[in-house]
Design a protein around this ligand. Structure first.
Ligand code: ATP
Length: 705
């Protein structure tokens, strides 16, 4: 059957067409599967660099650009442009094959030759630097990684990453990907490993048909076989993530059954959530699965809503969609806890702290409520400790302060009393509910799910992991975990290994950021300079090769003498974005504290600008919320306000350094990560402000070494 490929670059062009022209495009390609070459009325172009590239009439003013392959009769739709532009565009293009992926590449011969000449001139100027960007990479390595002669000649002339960036539209996608990976510090071997995993035919001779070659170009070509499929992929031309996955994303999402728990990591915006959604879709295609047998879950209620919204966009077949249950992890915990213990009553934070304070005084223990609460959550509840003996022998790695054996008994006595009080009051915490639910499930006869997919996994407490483990029996494809420990903002460090979740050999890393511009990414990652971050599997997490897929404006940062003038500036900045026609709901404002957010909200109201809190899922207008609430979300424009000394880090989130230096460091790390999370929510514009002195966390960007 005739296959039609549609190139990724076609989508934004199609999205911008007026409705009647779009309809004509649909009409022209309707029933393409039955068309012969002549049926599609393709026209040759005089002077074309590639004889297979033709144009096709859409309307009097618009033409499509199509590759027609005589070998197997496949078509590839490349562009839709005004008449003269289309002819010019098509004349200069040439279709080639990538040596590694054996997939299709489309290049502009004329522009590449011009660029090579320009860079040659720059390179021979007396002021040109003597070192070049790829001096350390041999020709043999470049060739092995699929860089062809023409691109190699060009890239040998480049001095820095900015020059490489400038060539993004000219260098074929996969080759550009390889070059940016090398430029971002990956070794040729590391790049090769990734390519070899993604493209199993990498070392074979290229004997693929044209249609097979299109199928091997899944990052930038989607292949459809009939007009219904074509209509479906073109239905939401802005949401490219539905159709085009990076080869690494696709490999992870469409992997054959993983033998056990699998994991995807990667910096902010690298598409971990997208991969989790596609994995859910992939698994749900199994016709033998009953309804709601796959759980897609995450850390907060808002994020679960966002997952469900995106899943509805991705999975349009109602039968397949019905196999996936999207729930906030604590909703699941409540469901199974209730089945055994009835409706729980939650103790709020202030009551909990008051209990700790009172009990510490009662037991003559000089420890603050924060220490006791953390000790209880991170040691006692984390390891399900129930006796003084167990507590004495407990693994307290990761907890700062060492406790002498005698003092341990005293701490245990307070913890025991605290648990007793909770029991008497018949109140509990979310951690306790999760553990109660895990027990209920373990005692039950059947596991409720066959697959569990977890997003934003880095912040889950061990009790949630026990629950998730109990929701699905150990089996292939039981748990699929997406998370990034650089974005951990609560102090829930876990070792998956110790929880019996083994991901070794089934862990993959994404490195290309699709959300934020290179400028925003570099600025934000500088905030994390020197930080050591665990990978939840008893190793260290790194951001090697982490890079953005596009360029934009540099972030702006500005200080103000006082709170009032800063708030006025935030309002002015929001107004400025609105004047530039960014829709209000694509603008996010965030601050460390609820109070500052409220003050900004009041000022926006006064200025007549509609706004709503981030946690109001039906809210509209500019969205405002704390940095914690920004987790997992994204906006075209983000104002991060009150990044002031005294607000970031938030003093009451820090353990006293003298009492517990290690915990103090961990608290600082969570606070720094929080700022990183807030800044990496911005797609196009990031604006950071403070009043008085700036936060010390801004020092790497305000005073770079
Ligand atoms: N293959 C892709 N093509 C186009 N856009 C993509 C692709 N993958 C991801 N994106 C887009 O990049 C943005 C970030 O993706 P996503 O939220 O999945 O990243 P993440 O790694 O989960 O981010 P974070 O950890 O910061 O929450 C989203 O807007 C998503 O639609």
């Amino acid at each position: 059957m005739t296959a039609l490929g549609v190139h990724r670059d076609f989508f934004p062009q199609y999205a911008k067409l007026e409705k009647p022209v779009r309809d004509r495009v649909d009409e022209v390609f309707d029933k393409f599967e039955h068309h012969t070459h002549a049926g599609l009325h393709l026209e040759k172009i005089t002077g074309a660099h590639d004889p297979d590239i033709r144009t096709i009439r859409i309307t009097k003013f618009w033409r499509g650009v199509v590759v027609r392959n005589d070998g197997d009769g496949g078509y590839l739709l490349l562009a839709v442009l005004p008449h003269d532009k289309a002819i010019e565009w098509a004349r200069n293009r040439r279709v080639t094959r990538n040596k590694v992926s054996k997939g299709i590449e489309v290049r502009n011969d004329v522009a590449l030759a011009t660029a090579t000449n320009s860079f040659r001139r720059l390179d021979s100027a007396p002021s040109a630097p003597t070192t070049k960007l790829f001096d350390d990479i041999s020709d043999a390595d470049l060739t092995r990684l699929g860089i062809d002669d023409e691109i190699r000649t060009l890239c040998r002339l480049l001095h820095d990453v900015d020059q490489l960036d400038a060539l993004r539209a000219l260098i074929p996608e996969l080759q550009y990907d390889v070059l940016t990976g090398l430029a971002a510090g990956m070794t040729p071997e590391a790049v090769w490993q990734e390519l070899a995993q993604n493209f199993p035919h990498a070392t074979e001779d290229d004997d693929a048909s044209f249609t097979d070659a299109m199928l091997r170009s899944q990052g930038h070509i989607v292949v459809v076989h009939d007009s219904d499929e074509l209509a479906e992929v073109l239905e939401r031309p802005f949401d490219l993530w539905r159709v085009f996955l990076h080869p690494t994303q696709r490999r992870i999402a469409a992997h054959a059954p993983y033998k056990g728990p699998a994991r995807v990591t990667g910096g902010a915006g690298t598409g971990k959530t997208v991969v989790a959604l596609h994995r859910a879709h992939h698994l749900a295609r199994n016709p033998e699965l009953p309804e709601k047998s796959i759980l897609l879950t995450t850390f907060t209620k808002n994020l679960a809503k966002e997952l469900a919204r995106n899943l509805d966009m991705l999975v349009t077949d109602a039968v397949i969609r019905a196999r996936i249950d999207v729930q906030h992890v604590d909703v699941i915990a409540h469901r199974y806890y209730r089945s055994v213990h009835g409706q729980p009553t939650i103790i709020d934070d202030s009551d909990r702290r008051a209990h700790w304070r009172n009990l510490a005084v009662e037991h003559g223990l000089d420890q603050p409520d924060t220490f006791l609460d953390q000790e209880w959550r991170q040691v006692v509840l984390a390891q399900r400790i129930t006796t003084a003996e167990e507590y004495r022998a407990a693994d307290r790695r990761g907890r700062g302060l060492a406790i002498r054996p005698a003092a341990k008994d005293q701490v245990w006595a307070v913890i025991e009393s605290f648990q007793h009080v909770l029991q008497e009051e018949d109140r509990c915490t979310f951690d306790m509910i999760a553990d109660g639910a895990a027990d209920a499930l373990r005692d039950g006869a059947e596991s409720p799910y066959q697959h569990v997919i977890i997003d934003e996994a880095q912040d889950l407490h061990p009790s949630r992991w026990r629950l998730l483990r109990a929701l699905v029996p150990p089996r292939p494809d039981d748990l699929f975990i997406a998370g990034d420990t650089h974005q951990r903002i609560y102090d829930s460090k876990v070792s998956l290994r110790q929880l019996g979740i083994h991901v070794t050999g089934r862990s993959s890393t994404l490195r290309i950021n699709y959300r934020t511009s290179r400028e925003i990414l570099l600025w934000s990652t500088a905030l994390l300079l020197g930080e050591r971050v665990d990978d939840m599997d008893e190793g260290e997490a790194h951001l090697v090769g982490y890079r953005s897929s596009f360029r934009g404006d540099p972030p702006e940062s500005q200080g103000f003498p006082d709170k009032q003038s800063e708030i006025a500036a935030v309002v002015a900045q929001v107004r400025n974005w609105l004047d530039q026609e960014f829709p209000a709901d694509t603008i996010g404002v965030t601050a460390r504290t609820v109070q500052f957010g409220k003050a900004v909200g009041a000022a926006l109201t006064e200025a007549g600008i509609e706004h709503s809190p981030l946690d109001d899922s039906d809210g509209s207008g500019v969205r405002i919320g704390t940095m914690h609430k920004m987790k997992g979300l994204e906006f075209r424009c983000v104002a991060v306000a009150d990044v002031s000394d005294g607000s970031v880090p938030q003093p009451n989130a820090l353990t006293d350094a003298e009492r517990d230096p290690q915990q103090h460091q961990q608290d600082l790390q969570s606070e720094r990560n929080l700022l990183f999370v807030a800044c990496t929510r911005a797609r196009e514009h990031l604006w950071v402000s403070w009043h008085g002195e700036p936060s010390r966390f801004l020092s790497p960007v305000l005073n770079p070494a």
